[in-house]
Design a protein. Structure first.
Length: 102
């Protein structure tokens, strides 16, 4: 389930672990608030909803999310990376999925 920003002022899509992210395209991070890799540059925005938390990270500091991880309240999680493919296309590729504590 992908919907446009349900989080006031953040304008990030609301996704859950079953989302395919097909057709989502690049996601801009306009107001990073965390430095996830400790290099001194803010690169990550975290959003929360009733059922899940999403962590969007821009590792190369170009303003576009490179990675997103979703953790649901029941412990289910999934992660995706934004890839630029050799044929010139780009898209989100699921890199991990599972349940915390197992």
């Amino acid at each position: 389930m992908i919907t446009s920003g349900e989080f006031a002022g953040l304008d990030l899509p609301d996704i859950d672990i079953s989302s395919s992210l097909d057709g989502l395209g690049p996601v801009e991070l306009n107001h990073p608030t965390q430095d996830i890799n400790g290099d001194g540059i803010l690169d990550t925005e975290t959003t929360t909803g009733d059922d899940a938390m999403q962590v969007w990270t821009d590792y190369d500091h170009d303003g576009i999310a490179d990675h997103v991880t979703v953790v649901e309240k029941d412990g289910d999680y999934a992660a995706w990376e934004f890839h630029h493919h050799p044929d010139g296309t780009s898209g989100w590729v699921r890199t991990d999925q599972g349940k915390l504590g197992k």
